[in-house]
Ligand binder design. Structure first.
Ligand SMILES: C[S@@+](CC[C@H](N)C(=O)[O-])C[C@H]1O[C@@H](n2cnc3c(N)ncnc32)[C@H](O)[C@@H]1O
Length: 303
């Protein structure tokens, strides 16, 4: 059953698919690569070509379509028909046969199971905090990871999001009728506003969203521990001595559970350092899987 929040959020994304684009922007498969945002390129480089991938809450599918160019089995799921329509248009335009799209509400575990397979990599970026039940949705998507498979989740940080919340308040009150200030706010996040579709999509997603929640690294750490996910690293990093030549390939195989004090200190720093991204951060991990103990209880084993 669709929840009240789910109904509001899917209606919102039906009207304002994210990240929005005009299909004319893509004239060849190469354009998908060229126009990909930097982090999408890093993911594409760091995930092996023979891996199966599912992008949960794929939106308009720019990331999943890109990942499918070099791989045999890439899925994108989302509950917004309006967003998936754009993803389907991309798939059809370039005849991306290894790219599969399906309408799925991740709060409904039966819909998740209807995907019918588990994946080597599960990506879920900027989605869980819009569901109304972040933890419940996180638990559900673990159904999609193979034991030993990798997971990446992107969330808004409780501290890092504070400056954006202040900008939202200003945009709704004293600068309500000031388009120049609003444009400046959105430029802070995406650099330029020449691509009108993209700028409008970002504005709606960041400033007009009907439902979002914020979370801490400690919360995710707890969820991971409870459900047999080994904690690799966060981006931005929450360890003391981070690698200055950051390479995401390192993130998929390094266990760097952050120390409590360092983690708190770093998240406070995010108030300033991630304010352009609206306090968005990623956590990487590996699903070890539940193991039956024989006494009916479940726990998990580390390798
Ligand atoms: C901010 S967009 C992120 C799109 C894409 N992952 C990205 O990073 O650009 C959030 C997406 O999550 C989807 N979403 C939110 N709640 C969902 C749910 N319960 N089930 C499936 N998708 C959901 C929305 O439809 C939307 O496309």
């Amino acid at each position: 059953m669709v929840t009240k929040v789910g109904k509001k959020v899917s209606e919102f994304y039906n009207k304002s698919p994210f990240p929005d684009f005009s299909l004319d922007r893509f004239n060849s498969k190469e354009d998908l690569r060229i126009t990909a945002y930097p982090f999408a390129k890093i993911l594409d480089r760091s995930i092996p070509e023979d891996a199966s991938i599912i992008d949960v809450g794929t939106g308009t599918g720019q990331l999943s379509a890109l990942l499918s160019l070099r791989r045999k089995n890439v899925w994108g799921i989302d509950f917004s028909e309006g967003s998936l329509k754009k993803a389907i248009a991309l798939k059809n335009k370039y005849k991306l046969d290894s790219y599969h799209l399906k309408i799925v509400d991740i709060l409904d575990v039966d819909q998740i199971r209807s995907v019918g397979q588990k994946f080597d990599y599960v990506l879920c970026m900027g989605v869980l905090h819009h569901t109304g039940d972040t933890y419940g949705a996180f638990k559900n998507i673990l159904e999609l990871v193979k034991p030993g498979g990798c997971i990446c989740i992107g969330l808004y940080n409780r501290y890092g999001r504070i400056p954006l919340k202040i900008r939202i308040l200003l945009a709704r009150t004293i600068f309500k009728n000031n388009d120049r200030v609003k444009e400046w706010f959105i430029r802070m996040q995406i650099g330029d506003v020449k691509d009108k579709e993209r700028a409008r999509g970002w504005w709606n997603d960041q400033f007009e969203h009907p439902h979002e929640t914020t979370h801490t690294v400690g919360e995710v750490n707890k969820w991971f521990r409870k459900h047999g996910v080994e904690f690799f690293e966060t981006v931005p990093s929450t360890v003391m001595f981070e690698n200055p030549d950051f390479e995401v390939s390192g993130v998929w195989n390094q266990s760097k559970r952050p120390n409590l004090m360092v983690r708190i200190f770093k998240q406070f720093k995010w108030i300033w350092s991630t304010h352009h991204e609206g306090g968005y951060w990623l956590t990487f991990g590996r699903y070890i899987g539940d193991v039956e103990n024989g006494d009916g209880k479940k726990s998990y084993k580390r390798e």
